[in-house]
Design a protein around this ligand. Structure first.
Ligand code: ZN
Length: 494
């Protein structure tokens, strides 16, 4: 960055505020030679005619519309037959549908490596988390994700730098909400974690990373109530939100401490787990609670009322859990194509192991827990709760960035949501949580031109969200196929 002379007031403003860059940076002034090859349509005045628009509000699709894109903004949605103002480049969207860019709310930028994994599931310690700083942003953008939250980081400085480079137009990728390092006590399952020692240590870690410019925080499975409380208080002091993948702290305890968001639907609430000790993760990590908490039961009703009353959002992460259902749908060839041979092998070992458990009590229990979660997610939404969505790459290796964001929408439809409701959960609801619903999350005049166009009609067949043609971010249309081609065989490597 070239330094220009700044007024004294500007210098004071720069030094008095933290370094935090907003989730939605202003559009880059120019896009670098590294970004150019992936641009299908440069920003300009576009009129896409005969287009179906699913606007993200949950309403019925708008048929045969004309979508005007004016630079970085959406200009207008015109009804069929309207005159097109002069100066627009005309395009034909017959047979195609526009959707708001997905707002991925549990979307990591890494791969989970189990060293020397063998077909029996054995591996050596330590579990290592390599960064996917090259491939993950491309996979997200190629698949329609225009804004994402990292929801726990490992190389936080790398993620912050990646965001800066994307925002500056030097690298290709979505808008990023960088989450700080996992706030975790002793017992983390991967090695690259600071271990929080006490509440003051939790407060200091949050204060430090807030000053480094992260946008959000995430607590993890082995944090104490006192540490979580201190972290939430400090995050809020900096105007930042905190979510949690919890275990040692139950959902009601976290709500009482003021948490903003809970990850993994209702899978990791330990409040009814047998042998649960205060501040300690239980052996069941929430599955026993979920088995007892059938939708509509008094326990479920009380928990959902508590969450809704305290405005705590819940993140649905169905793709990563579907991987644990024996004989779940296998990864598609287009997904296998972006993985390294080793990542494919690890995924297949894991898939075979899960399949070999079909019919066992463990598999039946998990199947029931999964069904209960779907019912609870529906009940939460019906009760006025804010359900947001993200797939949680990579889990057992079968949750692939971007592709799995589309899968999340499909699984929400399998759960009983209508396709347009599922799309709203994956777009507007995430934007609402981020406080950005006035700029992204729906297709409407004046909003940012963050949207994607698919072949087909996802309102009738949700799987059509997979048929991405072009993804607009700040009015620039990116070529989905070229982005995917550029990471062929790379996911798992870098
Ligand atoms: Zn996660």
């Amino acid at each position: 960055m070239k330094l220009r002379s700044l007024t004294a007031a500007a210098v004071a403003a720069l030094s008095s505020t933290a370094m935090a860059a907003p989730v939605l940076a202003p559009p880059a002034a120019s896009l670098s030679a590294d970004v150019q090859p992936y641009i299908h349509l440069p920003a300009g005045q576009l009129a896409i005619q005969h287009l179906r628009i699913i606007d993200g509000t949950g309403g019925a699709p708008i048929e045969d519309a004309t979508l005007l894109i004016d630079g970085a903004k959406i200009g207008a949605i015109l009804p069929a037959g309207s005159a097109i103002p002069a100066g627009y480049r005309m395009m034909d969207g017959t047979g195609e549908t526009a959707l708001p860019g997905l707002v991925g709310m549990h979307n990591h930028l890494y791969y989970l490596q189990r060293p020397n994994l063998d077909p029996t599931g054995r591996f050596e310690q330590p579990i290592i988390i390599p960064q996917m700083t090259f491939s993950a942003p491309r996979l997200y953008l190629a698949n329609g994700v225009t804004t994402m939250r990292t929801t726990g980081s490992v190389e936080t400085y790398t993620d912050l730098a990646l965001k800066r480079e994307i925002d500056a137009g030097h690298l290709v990728g979505p808008h990023i909400d960088v989450t700080g390092p996992y706030l975790e006590g002793a017992g983390a399952f991967f090695i690259q974690n600071h271990v929080i020692s006490d509440p003051e240590d939790a407060r200091k870690e949050v204060a430090f990373w807030a000053d480094q410019g992260v946008n959000s925080f995430k607590a993890y499975m082995n944090i104490s109530r006192a540490e979580l409380g201190a972290a939430i208080k400090e995050a809020h002091k900096h105007g930042l939100k905190l979510t949690g993948h919890l275990c040692s702290v139950t959902y009601p305890e976290a709500v009482a401490l003021g948490i903003d968001n809970l990850e993994h639907g209702f899978f990791v609430n330990t409040q009814l787990d047998p042998g649960k000790q205060p501040d300690k993760c239980s052996d069941g990590t929430g599955t026993p609670t979920l088995l007892k908490m059938t939708p509509g039961s008094p326990e479920a009703n009380a928990l959902i009322k508590l969450l809704v009353d305290h405005h705590v959002a819940v993140t649905s992460t169905l793709p990563v859990f579907a991987q644990s259902v024996p004989l779940h749908e296998p990864l598609q060839p287009r997904q296998m194509d972006v993985m390294t041979p080793q990542a494919k092998e690890a995924y297949l070992f894991s898939r075979n192991l899960t399949a070999s458990r079909a019919g066992t009590q463990r598999a039946k229990d998990f199947d029931q827990a999964y069904k209960n979660d779907l019912g609870l997610e529906r009940q939460f939404v019906a009760s006025g709760g804010l359900l947001i969505a993200g797939p949680d790459p990579t889990g057992n290796g079968g949750t692939i960035p971007g592709f799995a964001d589309q899968r999340e929408l499909e699984l929400l439809v399998e759960a009983g949501f209508s396709p347009v409701e599922a799309i709203k959960i994956g777009t507007l609801n995430g934007a609402t949580y981020l406080g950005l619903a006035d700029r992204i999350g729906t297709i409407a005049a004046g909003k940012n031109a963050d949207l994607f166009i698919v072949k087909g009609n996802p309102a009738a067949n949700i799987n059509d969200v997979e048929n991405v043609i072009v993804v607009f971010k700040d009015g620039v249309g990116y070529d989905s196929a070229k982005l995917l081609q550029s990471v062929k065989g790379r996911f798992g490597q870098y």
